[in-house]
Structures are given as C-alpha cells and as structure tokens.
Design a protein around this ligand. Structure first.
Ligand SMILES: C[S@@+](CC[C@H](N)C(=O)[O-])C[C@H]1O[C@@H](n2cnc3c(N)ncnc32)[C@H](O)[C@@H]1O
Length: 224
C-alpha cells in the first residue's frame, strides 16, 4: 500500500477534530516557538504536511509569507477556515510532499514538523520527499524535519518484537477511531537516507522537545 493512501485514509477517518483532540496546547506553543526560530531570516516559508494549520497560522502573524501543503483534503479545508477566522493570509494547498506543485527555488525555509515525514513508509518515498525539499528551496535555503526517535532502548525493543515491513521499521497503532502506520527512524537510518539525497550540507541529530528526545534533520541547499 502506498504511503499516501494510508495517510489520507487515516486523516479522513479522524478528521481535523481528531487531530486537534490529540494535540496538547503546550505542545503547540512549544512547536510554534520552534517554528519561529526555524524560519528566522526567511521570507517565503513552506509548511510541509501542515495539517489543520496549527503552526502555519500563528507563524503567519509574524509577517513571513506562509504556504501550507497537506495530503488530507479535510485538514486543508479546516486550515482555510481557521485562517479566515484568525484573519491571517496563508496559502493552503492540497498536495503531496512526494510531488510538490511549486517551482524550483520558491522557498527560503521548509518545515516538516510533528512526524509528517513519518508517514512516508519506505526509503524511496523519503528520498523523493527530501529531494523535493531541495528542489523547491532557493540557494542558501534550509529545510527542517522532526520525527519520533526510534533510537531509544524501549522503541528499539518494541520494533524488534512487533515492527512491520522488510526492515521492521513500521509500526501500526490505533489513534482515536483510526489506525495509523508510521516509519520509525533512528539517527543512523535517517542519516543514511539524507546522505543519498541532493543535499550536501546537513545535520541529523536529537533535540529535546516537550519532554521527548526528537530526531531532527537540518538540511541546507548550498549556494551555487
Ligand atoms: C501528525 S500530523 C502533523 C501536522 C502538522 N505538521 C502539525 O505539526 O500540526 C501529520 C500530517 O502529515 C500529513 N501528510 C502525510 N503524508 C503526507 C504527504 N505525502 N504529503 C503531504 N502531507 C502528508 C498528514 O495529512 C498530516 O496532516
């Protein structure tokens, strides 16, 4: 089954309300703070897998030009409604991070937060998405990915026991009324995907975020 099919199915089932229900307000405040620091110095920002606009809308209040894209139509509809209510201008598009509908070099920053990238269930899709980030970034632009860290002893043990897929990296679990499937990277495995991408400058690391160690990739499109 394709990554996109499962993600769409899951978010159609839980809807924007279901996603809001599993989001803590403190997490959103922390993520918006992180996003603000990430987009500093950039004018054109792309929020990849933006969901219902949880981060894109508060970010737009600070002045930069924000575009949010998400594969789930229902979430983009909710994001558009929320932006109208908040009276902020954000462009929201339905689309996939595997084939971005934007010209080369259109953005200064790309953010892909709260495990949107984990919905890409194989390394081929992950590499495609990273190369798409590279393509849409202007020279000197930066992309940032943030996902669950599967390098912890507990998660490693769980994947060893119950991981799915050829390399036991997939986990499937119930969230609300839906069933989600995600890919679990550790530092080395994410590093090995990024190394094969078009980015030449990057850093894969761990970051304390809201009581967890999260896995991050900082990717910079080189200047010509
Ligand atoms: C856990 S939500 C996070 C949403 C948002 N980044 C946030 O922090 O609130 C993951 C999002 O990734 C989106 N997504 C999954 N696969 C995608 C793809 N191939 N292209 C674009 N968005 C995708 C989902 O529809 C969902 O909105």
């Amino acid at each position: 089954v394709r990554s996109e099919t499962l993600a769409k199915r899951f978010y159609r089932t839980i809807g924007a309300r279901g996603l809001q229900d599993i989001t803590l307000a403190e997490k959103t405040r922390a993520d918006v703070r992180l996003a603000k620091s990430l987009v500093t110095g950039g004018k054109r920002i792309l929020d990849l897998g933006c969901g219902y606009g949880r981060i894109a809308i508060p970010l737009a209040r600070g002045g930069p030009q924000i575009t949010g894209i998400d594969i789930a139509q229902e979430l983009i509809a909710a994001a558009k409604r929320a932006a109208r209510q908040a009276k902020v201008r954000v462009r929201f598009d339905v689309g996939s991070m595997l084939k971005l509908p934007y010209r080369d070099g259109s953005f200064d920053r790309v953010i892909c937060l709260w495990s949107s990238f984990s919905h890409l269930l194989n390394r081929r899709d992950q590499l495609t998405a990273i190369d798409e980030m590279h393509r849409v970034l202007a020279p000197g632009g930066v992309a940032y990915i943030e996902v669950v860290n599967a390098g912890t002893a507990a998660l490693k043990r769980r994947l060893e026991r119950a991981g799915l897929g050829p390399d036991k990296r997939l986990s499937r679990f119930a969230v609300g009324s839906g069933e989600i499937t995600i890919y679990n990277h550790d530092r080395n495995s994410l590093q090995s995907v990024v190394e094969r991408s078009d980015f030449k400058r990057f850093r894969v690391g761990l970051k304390n975020a809201f009581g967890h160690r999260r896995l991050t990739a900082w990717l910079c499109r080189e200047q010509p």
